[in-house]
Design a binder for this molecule. Structure first.
Ligand code: MV4
Length: 517
């Protein structure tokens, strides 16, 4: 696979690497992450092969790649999850490596193994590492063996009797979790003995449905935790560094919506970064880990941190780490997969300024975050200092309803968290997406929230944010709306998307975009 040569290692014009880098890489993904990976491949002079399902035939990743291959119909099981078709596409197009992105097959150990069997490099960790971290109890055992702190709990699946015994010893509340889980499915909070049996049965059957494994383990419940994760990069020669933390506490239904680096908490207690970084490296080393990976921690109100799980892939929120460290994680993933050594040591990693990302979804935040796919009829994107967009939408594109409706990630960098918040509010104001509903206006409200600005974050933040807001007043009567619509049209015509004079009420703020349509 790897050829050594004196000056140019391959026939590609402009290639002067001493190690022969891949000439062509297939991206086994879609949407913004496929576009993101293609961009770095292009910078590296590596050809890109996109794969697509029928509804994605006109998607941006297909347009941007050098080559593209159809996988099948819309459902993921018939397209982006078809290991056989993806490997066929890689062989047909002569791709030497596959980047799995996130989601889909990215954490599928069988896929990583199938790539290896086919002589194609999987740009990620070994199948064994993926497997070791896929079982949450196995991951806990690995972390314990590595000396990383874990929440008091069991490191084997439990029976109802064992569960009862655990709760009797450690007290309530406890949290039931699926051994094969992740993402909150099969999770049940239990506050007292009389809830225990039904919670156990419900958790088991939910886990069985979601993961085809009914196994449950139990942990002591941490109240109002923060979710802080550590980014790792390791090569195949035993070198590993951490790239610091990301604060991901702002979630709804186990879906992150805002992520930042540094964590406002770690910024106050800088020794936490080194301690969590070292714990993460120890846990990953114990699993023989290489390539990019993320160790998730829960942090309690006394700032104690606990290993939660490890994500064995590039994360959605990686841009905040890239902006603060100045590194391109995808480039390092590709170099590591090609057998190169990490080109820096831990001491050479530096963190500068503050980055905040928000995930722009086609959804209605004022209607229980219901997905809202459709045709993009108008698109204007923010630009200017410190703004980065990782997106996949364009004017005229129809957001397919088959997949996660993530449209773009808007990430800003500034010298301080305060300035980054101001910049993000400014950039959100420049964003103009018409034809579908998005959560853009919702982010502006969160960014302006005093609790957010103070950095008082925890995993219940969004629920409390909704509860804290003054309940919506009744919609104004028709005459008021008519006058406002006229005024807004005038404002729009003067300068497109110009800020409107301070909204008369929260209802108007929330519904302003809709009134114009
Ligand atoms: C917890 C917890 C509190 N205590 N474990 C949610 C997803 C899964 N990966 C782990 N999760 C949690 N585990 C103990 N012992 C609270 C959560 C949790 C959470 C974690 C991270 C981000 C958002 C969350 C939202 C609700 C609950």
């Amino acid at each position: 696979m790897l050829l050594w040569a004196g000056f140019a290692c391959c026939a590609s014009p402009g290639c002067y690497n001493s190690i022969c880098m891949f000439r062509k890489v297939l991206i086994a993904n879609r949407g913004e992450i496929a576009v993101r990976v293609i961009r770095t491949l292009r910078e590296m002079g590596i050809g890109s092969v996109a794969v697509y399902s029928d509804p994605d035939r006109t998607s941006l990743h297909v347009r941007m790649a050098d080559e593209a291959e159809r996988l099948g119909p819309g459902p993921s099981a018939e397209s982006y999850l078809r290991i056989d078709r993806i490997l066929d596409a890689a062989r047909k197009h002569g791709a030497e490596a596959i980047h799995p992105g996130y989601g889909f097959l990215s954490e599928n150990a069988d896929f990583a193994a199938a790539c290896e069997d086919a002589g194609i490099v999987f740009i990620g960790p070994s199948a064994a590492s993926i497997r070791a971290m896929g079982s949450k109890t196995a991951a806990r055992r690995t972390a314990i063996a590595a000396g990383a702190p874990v929440v008091p709990g069991t490191d084997q699946p439990v029976t109802l009797a064992e569960l009862r015994a655990f709760a009797a010893t450690h007290g309530y509340p406890v949290l039931l979790k699926a051994v094969a889980g992740g993402g909150g499915k099969g999770m049940r909070r239990v506050d007292s003995e009389d809830e225990l049996e039904s919670a156990f049965r419900n958790a088991s059957s939910e886990a069985e449905r979601a993961f085809r494994s009914a196994e449950i383990y139990v942990e002591k419940l941490i109240e109002r935790p923060r979710h802080i994760e550590i980014q790792l990069l390791g090569d195949q020669h035993g070198n590993m560094v951490h790239l610091g933390e990301r604060e991901c506490s702002i979630q709804r239904r186990h879906q992150k919506v805002i992520e930042e680096c540094p964590s406002p908490l770690v910024a106050l207690y800088p020794e936490m970064r080194r301690e969590m970084g070292e714990a993460a490296i120890r846990a990953a080393r114990a699993a023989g880990y290489y390539n990019a990976g993320t160790v998730e921690f829960l942090v309690d109100q006394d700032r104690r941190f606990y290993f939660l799980e490890m994500n064995t892939r590039l994360q959605v929120e990686h841009p905040v780490t890239e902006l603060v460290t100045g590194l391109d994680l995808v480039r390092h993933q590709v170099n590591i997969a090609a057998g190169e050594r990490l080109p820096f040591t831990q001491e050479e990693i530096a963190w500068r300024g503050s980055a905040i990302e928000c995930r722009i979804y086609a959804e209605d935040p004022y209607n229980d975050f219901l997905p809202y796919p459709g045709k993009i009829t108008r698109l204007r994107r923010p630009l200017g200092p410190g703004v980065r967009i990782d997106g996949c939408i364009y004017e005229g594109w129809v957001v397919p309803m088959e997949y996660d409706p993530l449209l773009a990630k808007l990430t800003v960098w500034a010298d301080t968290r305060e300035h980054a918040s101001e910049r993000l509010i400014r950039a959100l104001g420049e964003y103009d997406v018409a034809g579908i509903r998005t959560n853009i206006a919702f982010f502006r409200q969160i960014l302006e929230d005093p609790e957010f600005r103070a950095g008082h974050l925890h995993t219940g933040f969004i629920d409390e944010f909704f509860a804290r807001r003054v309940p919506c007043e009744a919609p104004p009567d028709f005459a008021t709306v008519a006058v406002l619509v006229a005024a807004l049209h005038t404002a729009r015509n003067k300068a497109d998307a110009a800020p409107v004079a301070s909204a008369a009420s929260r209802w108007l703020e929330a519904g302003r975009g809709d009134l114009l349509r």
